[in-house]
Each structure stands twice: as C-alpha cells, then as structure tokens.
Design a protein around this ligand. Sequence first.
Ligand code: PHE
Length: 338
Amino acid sequence: MPKDQGVQATHVGESVVDMKFAAIADLDSAESDDQLESWRVRFLGRKGRLTSLLRGLGSLDIDERKVIGAEANKLRGELESLYEERTSKLKSTRAPVGSIDITLPGRKPALGGLHPSTQMIREITQAFNEMGFQTIEGPEVELEKYNFDMLNIPANHPARDQWDTIWVDSDTHNDVLLRTHTSPMQARTMEQNDPPIRVIVPGKCYRYESTDATHEWHFNQVEGLAVDDGITFADLKGTLYEFARRIFGPQRKVRFRCDFFPFVEPGVDMSIDWNGSWIEILGAGMVHPKVLENAGYDSTKYTGFAFGMGPERISMLRNEITDIRHFFSNDLRFLTQF
Ligand code: PHE
C-alpha cells in the first residue's frame, strides 16, 4: 500500500499528514515560553490533537490501525524532538535574564546636589568646628522673649525696628514670631549651659521686608558665641581673622568698625577687602553684660563674644552672584551651577 494512502484516516478525525503540517507551522511561529507551552498542550498534551488521534485508533479495522498507529507514533517522536529543538533555539537567541546590552549608550542618572546655601553653611561651620566650636540648631518659630527681650531689646524700644518681624498671629502680635536672626540661640544656649561655651548656630531667619537683589524676606544666618572666664576682644578678632582667611584665602585683609547691636558692647562689623573695596560680611561684639545676666551668668566673672553672618551674602561674594533671590527661586539653571 502506498504510504500516503495509509495515513488517510478521516474517520478517526484529521489525517496524520495534516496534523504534521499544522504542528510544524504552529511550532515555527512560537516565539515565547508561553506560546511554546500552549503548542505543547495543543498537540502533545493529554487532551491534545495527537493523543485524541491515537485514542480514536480503536475504531479502525486491524490493518488500518497498524499503519496509522505506526505513523502517529512516529509523528509523536518527531514532534517531541522538534519541540526540544525549538525550545533550545529560542533560549540561545534570547539574552539571559538580567543581562544588559553593552552596545546601548548608557543613561546618565540624574544626580541631585547640595543647595549652594547648604554648601556655604557647611564650609563656615566646619571652619569654626576646627577652631573648637560645636554646631547646634534652634527653633525657627521663636518666642519674643528669646528673639528680643533676653537680648536687651525691650518692647517698644526703637532698636526693634532694625528687625522687621513676622508675627505668627499678626492680629494679636502675641509673643510667637518667626525669628528675625539666629541670636536668640545665644540666650537659649546660655540659659541651658554653664561656661565655657563655644557654639556655632546655622539656621533660617525671616523678616517682614520687601525683596530686592540684596534683600530676601527669608535667608540663613550663622551665629557664633563663645563665653568663658577671661575672653577678650582680642579673642574675637583672632577668631574672625582666622575665619576670613579660611573662607576667603590667607592673604585676605579684614577691617573692623564700630557698629551697634543692643546685645553686644562694644559692637563691630567686619568687612573684607574685595577687589579694593570694603564689603561688610558680619556683625559682632562682646556679649553685653545684661545679656549674660539675663541668662543667669555672673557678668563680673564671665565675658564672651558673639557674631552673626549671612551665608548667602558670603556665597554671593565668592561666586559673583548678583541677586540673592536666586537662592530661593528653585531654578535649576542656577542651582546646577554649584
Ligand atoms: N543678629 C545680628 C543681626 O541679625 C547680627 C549679630 C550677631 C551682631 C551677633 C552681633 C552679634 O543683624
């Protein structure tokens, strides 16, 4: 009997040859694990097409059953090895899980950076840390008592006009405000600690002020305080000279002039020589005896000096920034330059 005749078995379902063509075409188009598995179930599975063909053999007469049975079993063997082949071919062309295509150009991760104010604050505090000052922080929402009263700035005193204040409750002007400077931490530190004291206090301050290129309504300050038995104005000068050299370079010239702040006596401001002109960078002075006494210190035994500066101002000088408002406008074109 010619071979092709023997595989005609319409009464047991489809012919072995038809199934073979369908199976091979389907297998060739299987591209994924899921497609391969669904192919296996459809053709070789327990309820698959080949299995049901083999099951139907029983209804054939003995001669047909022999021929078609042999063909169908041969096909099973063929399909199983084609299936293996296809599976390993797909595996070998696929990149292993977790691998990377090293021919692709890399994607640059977007890195953040420290804000220029933070960078300046860290540089300033580090300079003082190396001179023995400890960095501490204090509250931005402050009591009138610490922001003004304990610093020898009584209510209704004209000196308060120097610090235009944002009150937390603007109707009642009760005693809660946004600190106008970091100096309240002088009072808080002395109230809670005995001498010797050497602290450096960075932090945010707020003023009820209109803004322009050199004024912001919020900004940072760095406060310094040293109190001990026998501290003199020479200590103040030596410390601030050293600070200026560390931040602006060893050749930097500085100048002190008299200035007034209610919580120091005498009070000064310090300027640095900047391309031939004097630029004021901080206020300072010897802690006023009243401020020492307000904190419970014996002003005949202890003396100290204090200073305060604006890190944004210093950063503006060093980096030739012409407008202080850049610091807080969140513009990446500015921020990414640091
Ligand atoms: N707190 C003052 C200001 O904001 C600066 C200062 C601090 C002056 C300490 C003297 C001593 O202007």
